[in-house]
Design a protein around this ligand. Structure first.
Ligand code: NZQ
Ligand code: ZN
Length: 389
């Protein structure tokens, strides 16, 4: 295991059917005013809003509502949230929703008392936080991003055609997160499978890097196997508690910093996917699925031994009598079959990508150097073209 690191994850999790009761315990630790952030209304339809606000009122909290956090939250919405948080001097930000709401809550948390423009400071210049941070708690309703136990906060600037994630340190992680798998039952199938692929891709982004024997890779393989198994059940039986709970738990561990330990990590699928998102506002997980096969088929020769291991350990490819390249390719074929089986978008045209956008999407894709091949601009354009075939 290579690398020098420290490990600390300060988020307290409450998991299971009764986990919302943990909210009462947590609320006692914070002052009286709570900024309640949520999305476009799903929590009102499925009753989670009522359950949460009842607890907030029982605990004597003043609720400041911050509704309408959109999928892929925008910088304009962030400014609005900061004004609300500041004007009301909120003591806690409670995010009730998916990754977008949790990310947004973290962005408001670090931006409210920021003296300069938070978009420039945190997103364009990637500076650290040096001002007051408002504590955040999450009640998760959509599974995928891992935002419930990490420091990620992705914000979209449509004017600048940029979608950028800042990964903040553990002082910005949610103080607590409530994970009730039943809260995810009402997710539309499209969102559920997008989330499943987001989880899967978080794992591969970390797994496909490095050459050393690393405990993180064994953990990753176990998480992928669990996810593949549970996903096949969940698409057929969306209210299968066992499957949905395993998916929820896998999502958290896929991106809460653990499996990145000792890894250089790749993240190029996410960088290209986020840039597609900046142009199309498409669902995050689907931007990843649409470019994954072109990307992995392009880079696998550069990381052949790992792709071979992936084929055997994750996809049960029988290596007997095959070359390393054949084994690796068969693993990717099985991955593609699974992706189609669960109903992922496999073509970026379906997300609204056009030929005219390709150069801009490639320019907006931050080039990372931790994977098996550092991409050039021209290679990103080729991968994007492949994703439209
Ligand atoms: O807005 P509402 O009405 O709540 O509807 C949402 C939204 O339309 C709906 N939904 C959520 N829970 C539901 C539900 N509908 C019915 N029943 C429920 N229980 O689902 C839609 C999508 O929600 P969203 O929060 O946007 O999805 P997701 O969790 O995938 O979050 C996506 C955002 O997270 C960022 C993405 O870039 C994107 O902006 N990411 C954050 C990361 C992080 N913090 O580390 C990493 C990820 O790679 C990702 O980039
Ligand atoms: Zn993601």
């Amino acid at each position: 295991m290579l690398g020098e690191f420290t490990y600390c994850n300060p988020t307290r999790l409450y998991f299971g059917k009764e986990s919302l009761s943990g909210l009462r315990q947590e609320l006692s630790k914070y002052g009286p005013t709570v900024l309640l952030c949520y999305g476009g209304g799903s929590i009102k339809k499925n009753g989670i809003y009522d359950q949460v606000t009842t607890i907030l009122r029982d605990c004597g909290k003043t609720i400041v509502e911050d509704a309408g956090v959109m999928p892929n939250p925008t910088v304009q919405k962030l400014y609005e949230g900061c004004r609300l948080a500041k004007d009301n001097k909120v003591d806690l930000i409670l995010a009730v929703g998916g990754g977008s709401v949790c990310d947004y809550a973290k962005a408001v948390s670090v931006s409210t008392y920021c003296e300069s423009d938070p978009w420039e400071k945190y997103y364009l210049h990637m500076e650290d936080v040096d001002n007051e941070i408002i504590p955040v708690g999450c009640v998760l309703t959509m599974v995928g991003t891992g935002s419930e136990m990490n420091g990620g906060a992705v914000i979209t600037n449509h004017e600048q055609k940029l979608k950028i994630g800042h990964v903040f340190g553990d002082n910005v992680f949610p103080k607590f997160s409530i994970l009730n798998p039943e809260f995810t039952y009402t997710l539309p199938p499209y969102q559920m499978v997008a989330g499943i692929y987001d989880i899967f891709n978080h794992i591969t982004e970390q797994y496909f890097s490095g050459e050393d024997d690393n405990t993180s890779d064994y953990l990753s393989e176990g998480l992928m196997r669990s996810l593949i198994h549970a996903s096949r059940i969940a698409v057929k039986h969306p209210t299968d508690y066992e499957a949905r709970s395993n998916i929820m738990w896998t999502a958290t561990w896929a991106l809460n910093t653990l499996i990145a330990k000792g890894k250089s990590t790749d993240w190029m699928v996410h960088m290209i996917g986020q840039s597609i998102g900046a142009y199309t506002d498409a669902t995050h997980g689907m931007t990843l699925s649409a470019i994954s096969m072109p990307y992995y088929r392009f880079i696998f020769p550069y990381g052949l031994q790992k792709f071979k291991r992936y084929a055997v350990n994750v996809w049960d490819v029988n290596p007997a009598g095959k070359t390393d390249a054949e084994i690796a390719a068969e693993g990717l074929d099985r991955m593609e079959t699974w992706m189609k089986e669960i109903g992922l978008v496999m073509n970026s045209k379906a997300l609204g990508v056009t030929e005219e956008m390709l150069d801009g999407i490639a320019k907006g894709s931050f080039i990372m150097e931790g994977g098996y091949k550092t991409l050039t601009h021209a290679e990103i354009v080729e991968i994007l073209k492949d994703s439209m075939k």
